[in-house]
Design a protein around this ligand. Structure first.
Ligand code: AKG
Ligand code: FE2
Length: 298
C-alpha cells in the first residue's frame, strides 16, 4: 500500500457490541466498510454470481421483460454515459411475490429461483441487521428501517480490451440509505473516494466479504453524521464483471428527516425533509449534487 493510503475498514459482524465504535467511525470517516462473519454462506454468494451471469446472458428481448415497478427499478440497458454497463433490477426484494414476478419475467429455472429466493431473503435480513447496528452505533433504536423497501440489482460490465482505461460507472454517491455490494470475485474496478484527500482507493475483490456503502439518505437522516461515499468503476481488464447490489432505499412514503435525538442547538437540522420519490426525481433532473440542493442554509 502506498504511503499515506489508508485501508477501507473491516467490521466483524460477529463481534458486537465490541465493534460499535469502529462501525461509527467507519460510517463517519469513510462512508464504506467491508463486513466479515456476515452469515451469508460462501456457496450462496458464488451461486448468486453464477445465476446473475446467466440471467445477464439472456437475449435482450427477455431482459427487457424486467420492467420498472418504481421509476428505473427494472432492466437498465447500456447508455451513452454508461456504454459498458447494464443492470437487472428487482424492487422490494423482501416480498416473495415480487421475487416470483422477477423470476418469471426472466424465465428462471427452478434452481435459479431457489438461489435468488435464498439470496434475497438472507441479504434482506443482513441489510436490516446492518441498518439496525448503524442506528445503535448512534445511540438510536434499531428498528427505524423495518418497513423500508430494498432494490436488488444484478450489474454487468461488458469490459473489453478497447475499453481498458475507460469508465464503467461514473463517479457518484448512491441515493440510498445503504448499499450492500457483492463484488465480482475476480474482476476489480471499483474505487471509493477518500473523504479528506479525495484520492480514489481501489476496492479489490476479497471473496467472502461484502462491501457496505452509505448513500445520500443516510447523510440526510443522520443530520450529516454519516458520510455518503463517492465511488466509480473503472475498466481495468478485458473480462465480464458482475456485481450484485442491494439498496436499502429509504422510507416508502414518509419523509427522510433526522430523528430529534440527532438535532439540537449544536447540531441544527441540515436538510429539508424529503420523500425518497422526491429525491429520486431531483437527482434525475439535477445530475450531481442533488443533496446540496436540500441543504438548509442558515
Ligand atoms: O459494481 C460496483 O462495484 C459498484 C456498483 C455501484 O456503484 C452501484 O450500483 O451503485
Ligand atoms: Fe454506487
Amino acid at each position: 500500500m502506498g504511503k499515506g493510503k489508508r485501508a477501507i475498514p473491516t467490521i466483524d459482524l460477529s463481534n458486537f457490541p465490541g465493534e460499535y465504535g469502529k462501525l461509527r467511525e467507519a460510517c463517519q470517516e469513510w462512508g464504506c466498510f467491508r463486513v466479515v462473519n456476515h452469515g451469508i454462506p460462501l456457496d450462496l454468494m458464488w451461486d448468486m454470481n453464477k445465476v446473475g451471469r446467466s440471467l445477464q446472458d439472456l437475449p435482450m428481448e427477455i431482459k427487457c421483460r424486467n420492467t420498472d415497478v418504481i421509476p428505473r427499478s427494472g432492466y437498465v440497458a447500456s447508455s451513452p454515459d454508461k456504454p459498458l454497463f447494464e443492470s437487472l433490477g428487482l424492487y422490494d426484494m423482501a416480498s416473495s411475490h415480487s421475487v416470483q414476478i422477477f423470476c418469471s419475467q426472466l424465465d428462471a429455472s427452478p434452481h435459479q429461483r431457489e438461489i435468488i429466493e435464498k439470496y434475497c431473503q438472507a441479504i434482506y435480513e443482513l441489510t436490516m441487521g446492518i441498518g439496525g447496528k448503524l442506528a445503535e452505533s448512534l445511540g438510536l433504536k434499531s428498528d427505524f428501517c423495518k418497513e423500508w423497501p430494498c432494490l436488488f440489482r444484478i450489474n454487468k460490465y461488458n469490459f473489453t480490451l478497447e475499453a481498458v482505461g475507460s469508465i464503467g460507472a461514473p463517479i457518484h454517491a448512491d441515493p440510498s440509505f445503504l448499499t450492500i455490494l457483492q463484488l465480482d470475485e475476480n474482476v476489480g474496478g471499483l474505487e471509493v473516494m477518500e473523504k479528506n484527500s479525495g484520492a480514489f482507493i481501489p476496492v479489490d475483490p476479497l471473496p467472502g466479504t461484502l462491501l457496505i456503502n452509505l448513500g445520500d439518505v443516510a447523510t440526510a437522516w443522520s443530520n450529516g453524521r454519516l458520510f455518503n461515499v463517492k465511488h466509480r468503476v473503472q475498466c481495468k481488464e478485458a473480462a465480464i464483471r458482475v456485481s450484485i447490489a442491494t439498496f436499502l432505499l429509504g422510507p416508502k412514503e414518509a419523509a427522510v428527516e433526522a430523528p430529534p435525538e440527532l438535532v439540537d442547538a449544536e447540531h441544527p437540522r441540515l436538510y429539508v425533509p424529503f420523500t425518497y420519490e422526491e429525491y429520486r426525481e431531483l437527482r434525475s433532473s439535477s445530475r450531481c449534487g442533488a443533496l446540496d440542493l436540500l441543504r438548509i442554509h442558515s
